[in-house]
Design a protein around this ligand. Sequence first.
Ligand code: IPM
Ligand code: MG
Length: 360
Amino acid sequence: MNYKIALIPGDGIGPEIVREAKKVLDRVCEKYGHSFTYSEVLLGGASIDVHGVPLTQEAIDTAKACDAVLMGSIGGDAKTSPWYKLEPSKRPEAGLLAIRKALNLFANLRPAYLYNELRKACPLRDEIIGDGFDMIIVRELTGGLYFGERKTIEENGVKTAIDTLSYNENEIRRIAIKAFEIARKRRSKVTSVDKANVLDSSRLWRKVVEDVAKDYPDVTLEHMLVDNCAMQLVRDPKQFDVILTENMFGDILSDEASMVTGSIGMLSSASLNETKFGLYEPSHGSAPDIAGQDKANPIATILSAAMMLRYSLDLDKEADAVEDAVQKVLTLGYRTGDIMSEGCKLVGTKEMGDLVTDQI
Ligand code: IPM
Ligand code: MG
């Protein structure tokens, strides 16, 4: 089959990790008889440098014309990069938020899984790790604080900044349905995270989630306050299967969940709309401090490519092959710097990509 893929290398380590993921995909094509046609799309700083804005309509149209989008990362060093002298709505991050909105990517799936081989990279104590853990964060991605009205006003010489957090029941329902559907294919447990002891938006969230749960009697639902969840993630991460939460809580908790797996450099993500279309990107950022030095871990992007094969292209066998290849390379003891531990072999970005490719 032929598929059309939009590639967004982006900024910082983005281009080098996307290059390795593409190498892996090319190998998948060769082995399984597919062909991928790639269209490169500029986003973030890379787009600002060429077009003066972090996202163009042309970029959105190109992405929409494809079957899926594979992305690296966007953004630079806020202290030194000229991109951060621009007004906030013209900065790299605004481009990422805008493309999520334009493509209606409301469901962000962020798996956090502890590879047995990486136990030593996990910052938690052995008795907490136990047999390991395997959870997925289902984060609402196109609503809440990141998309509400915001402004800064000044009255009598005093500045006030206002950000608005709003959710309607339809936005909550569709993401809740996604979480329950995913839970059914896993261990059938949803932990819905909110701040219902304070926020109205959270109280509505809880009510709608409970309503959706009635259609899934086979799935256990529990509610957890976000501050407690932040604690439980390091106290006993095994308890979680599917964590369902709104945009900002999901942003924060997914970084925390990734850290307890040992490295944010391992974690993939998928952002989906109501159809099969999706944007796939590592959960980590653009790491400008190590960009271009062949130090970045390309595995999160490679695993994001695997998610793309599975969710957007229905190529399950191929997705399994990529995930197995990553597993084998770890078993063989190869590590990038971020997941390095004693007795393992340190490799760079390119070599890690080659090793995974060779296992397919
Ligand atoms: C993420 C990032 C983005 C977000 C930023 C770069 C806008 O932190 O994907 O988690 O907050 O969604
Ligand atoms: Mg984040």
